[in-house]
Design a protein. Structure first.
Length: 739
């Protein structure tokens, strides 16, 4: 009997092989063929109904594949700092899974503040592994909108005020994510620089500012990062919604930059079928929602690129040329992600991700001020440390809009300090102020009960009593991703700290000279107490490892090396857009009258001294700069020019320095900023060690965008390369001439 069974099994097995040999693998499934051939073949097999189904959402975060052909659906997920927990098919609320808690990485302002391209690659690779493990095909991030004013609610999600820094930091992030077979969807393209009226404001901006300030990071994402997708923004430009915009999508993104990827709408960013067909949109999501809370139930067939489009085709009103072009781009993305058989398997909340998150956080924390070297805290001497402030305990991974997460864990600053100090130092805590006691977002709860009915006076009195009898006082305050405090959907209402924090800080400064203020925020804040407080640290939203990273820097295990990715103005009017009365605009219009003079470009043009400058950040050691030398005094457009400078660690401990190179065009036909960042290098030096840093520029670094020629122009004449430790701490320069 067994013999018979074995024979039958053998026959069946051989049969299946020979059957397979006869049935030829279709081209679109044959990964020995080029993506182009495979796309053509898949397209040729699809019906018009299947094509239309593929170009719009089928659920909150997925779009249809072609079940008949075995082409899988596409799954997208927020966000830039971690993979969002699962939602119900057609709801903003939680699906209630128990296996979708992620590792929460630091906000992108922190990554940008590291000025460390290696960290950007590590970040992208790590978050890409989390997205891959969760079977997401498109990660809805990173965001690279320029920091135009310190009031934009979503600045914490972006990479600061400078187009060069954002461009250099976004590229490795994209490559890291996409190495997992997961697409990035760089957002929000373009000019989404405020949350006020975000879905109806028309941005008026001159071409120089558009090309020199607001587009470079997106251009780098496309041409250097190779992002497979880009997200249109809610706002309008030239009176067209950016998700369906002839200029941004067809003329610039596709024709000028050669983008072959997929344009995905922001959730609710499409408003008209014909516009969506002909003005560059490929994949429509979130229509009839405002991207966060409300929406029309199961309206997917009513999407602009759904039945209304199919009806237009069936009636002969329009052909299928645009449809095929859209489907072709989506199929290409599918072949590189969902249908990519060689992609890795990813991982989630792994030790590697924990280490990566902590390293990025430690690398991005910025030491703003350290009078009398109060920092680092000497745990050997400190018998008692008073920790004050709601942000010492408040969870920050929940909230802020679509980047909100369900983190596996989050170490608070207080817990991080307690863990690091151990039994040798007593850590005592007082609330100090009451800010936002809400504890949930999208149905994810922090589990914290921050209710406190005491008066501000009582809270300050308690805090000062503790502070009086401590060796060190560490205040954790700032913003907290609640409404108007760094959040999607609402901008900040002013530059000052909320919740009476300024008064509290001043009172603490009176009772203890060893006061450290740690500002947790994604935006600049006013610091009227800056001369009363010896030590100030910019702490960012640091994710799951927040408390450990902050403790490591505060006690000196880690030497801080972050540099500000945006200017801290003394007051709101020191900001260009605001000073010119063009924020947030009116009657649906906002005009970027400050043009290219954004951030330090404005401050230096107006000779305004910031509170803390772009590129500023101190260290627990010191660095000296040698002479800046250039390998040539004259260059032609075809040349490159290399600047070198030796950097020495003149302090007593290892540290990293970000050497920044700015270019100044001494005489130009069109107005140009005093100087512009065109190179940087982060180097680590042991105490006493010296290294030479070289930065090479080509003509692109000398060019400005000429709106009349609609081209970049490097104008012959004299230039200067200025090298320094921040935009306002130039240590040397070298002149040269472009012939
Ligand atoms: C939101 C945001 C966008 C996010 C999308 C999906 O409204 O603007 O950044 O990726 O909708 O949540």
């Amino acid at each position: 009997m067994m013999k018979i069974i074995r024979t039958i099994a053998t026959v069946l097995l051989l049969g299946s092989f020979s059957l397979k040999a006869q049935v030829k693998t279709p081209v679109y499934l044959d990964d020995t063929k080029s993506i182009h051939e495979r796309v053509d073949d898949a397209l040729s097999r699809m019906t018009v109904e299947e094509k239309v189904r593929m170009i719009h959402a089928q659920s909150k975060f997925s779009s249809a594949g072609v079940p008949r052909l075995g082409i899988p659906e596409l799954w997208t997920s927020d966000g830039p700092h971690g993979v969002r927990p699962e939602l119900l098919w057609d709801e903003w609320s939680q699906a209630g899974w128990s296996n979708d808690s992620c590792f929460a990485f630091p906000a992108l302002t922190c990554l940008s503040a590291s000025w460390n391209k290696d960290m950007a690659l590590l970040y992208g690779k790590s978050i890409g592994e989390e997205a891959r493990y969760r079977n997401k095909n498109v990660l809805l991030g990173p965001g690279v909108n320029i920091y135009r004013t310190p009031l934009n609610g979503r600045n914490f999600e972006y990479m600061g005020e400078d187009p060069y820094l954002s461009s250099k930091m976004v590229v490795p992030y994209i490559r890291g994510v996409q190495s997992n077979g997961v697409a990035t969807c760089v957002k929000h393209y373009a000019l989404n620089n405020q949350e006020v009226d975000r879905d109806k404001v028309n941005v008026n901006v001159d071409d120089r500012a558009l090309y020199e300030i607001y587009l470079p990071a997106f251009k780098a994402a496309v041409q250097e990062g190779g992002t497979l997708a880009i997200m249109g923004s809610y706002n309008l430009y030239k009176n067209e919604h950016c998700c369906t915009n002839q200029y941004l999508l067809n003329d610039i993104l596709r024709k000028e930059w050669g983008f072959e990827g997929v344009v995905i709408s922001d959730w609710g960013g499409a408003h008209n079928t014909r516009e969506a067909i002909v003005k560059g949109l490929d994949l429509e999501f979130g229509t009839w929602t405002e991207g966060m809370t409300w929406g029309k139930t199961n309206s997917y067939d009513q999407y602009y690129l759904a039945k209304p489009y199919l009806d237009m085709i069936k009636s002969g009103e329009i052909g299928t040329t645009e449809l095929d072009a859209k489907v072709r781009r989506i199929l290409r993305l599918s072949f590189l992600t969902s249908m990519n058989k060689n992609k890795p398997y990813g991982s989630m909340a792994s030790d590697e991700h924990i280490q990566a998150g902590r390293k990025i956080a430690e690398d991005g924390i910025v030491l703003l001020q350290n009078t009398n070297n109060v920092l680092p805290v000497d745990l050997g001497k400190a018998k008692r440390i008073a920790v004050i402030g709601e942000n010492a305990v408040k969870m920050m991974t929940v909230g802020g809009g679509s980047s909100s997460l369900k983190a596996k864990y989050e170490v608070s600053p207080l817990d991080g300090l307690k863990k690091r100090a151990g039994a040798q130092t007593e850590i005592v805590y007082a609330r100090g102020y009451v800010g936002d006691i809400g504890g949930s977002a999208d149905g994810v709860s922090t589990g914290q009960d921050l209710k406190d009915t005491r008066s501000a006076e009582e809270l300050i009195a308690e805090a000062c009593t503790l502070a009086k009898n401590a060796d060190y006082v560490i205040f954790f305050g700032g913003l907290n991703k609640s409404e108007h405090q760094d959040s999607e959907g609402s901008d900040r209402l002013g530059l000052g700290l909320p919740y009476n924090q300024d008064k509290l800080i001043s009172e603490l400064a009176k009772v203890n000279k060893n006061l450290v203020v740690v500002n947790i925020s994604g935006n600049a804040v006013a610091m009227p107490w800056v001369n009363e407080v010896p030590a100030i640290v910019q702490g960012w939203y640091l994710g799951s490892e927040a408390g450990n990273a902050l403790a490591a820097v505060l006690v000196g295990d880690v030497n801080p090396s972050g540099k500000l990715p945006f200017t801290f103005p003394v007051k709101l009017d020191d900001n260009g857009g605001i000073a010119l009365g063009e924020y947030p605009g009116s009657n649906g219009q906002v005009t970027y009258k400050e043009g290219i003079f954004v951030g330090y470009r404005w401050a230096e043009k107006q000779k305004i001294k910031p509170l803390f400058s772009f590129g500023h950040g101190l260290s627990y050691t010191t660095f000296s700069y040698g002479e800046v030398s250039a390998d040539k005094k004259e260059m032609t457009e075809a040349d490159k020019i290399t600047f070198s400078v030796s950097i020495k660690n003149t302090g007593t401990r290892e540290g990293s320095e970000v050497v920044q190179l700015y270019v100044s065009d001494l005489k130009s036909t069109l107005p140009r900023p005093v100087k512009e960042l065109k190179g940087f290098e982060k180097i680590s030096l042991k105490a006493g060690e010296e290294k030479t840093v070289s930065i090479t520029l080509d003509k692109a670094a000398l060019s400005y965008f000429d709106p009349d020629k609609h081209a970049w122009v490097a104008e012959p004449g004299d230039f200067e390369a200025l090298v320094g430790s921040s935009s306002s701490d130039i240590r040397g320069k070298a002149g040269f001439t472009l012939k």
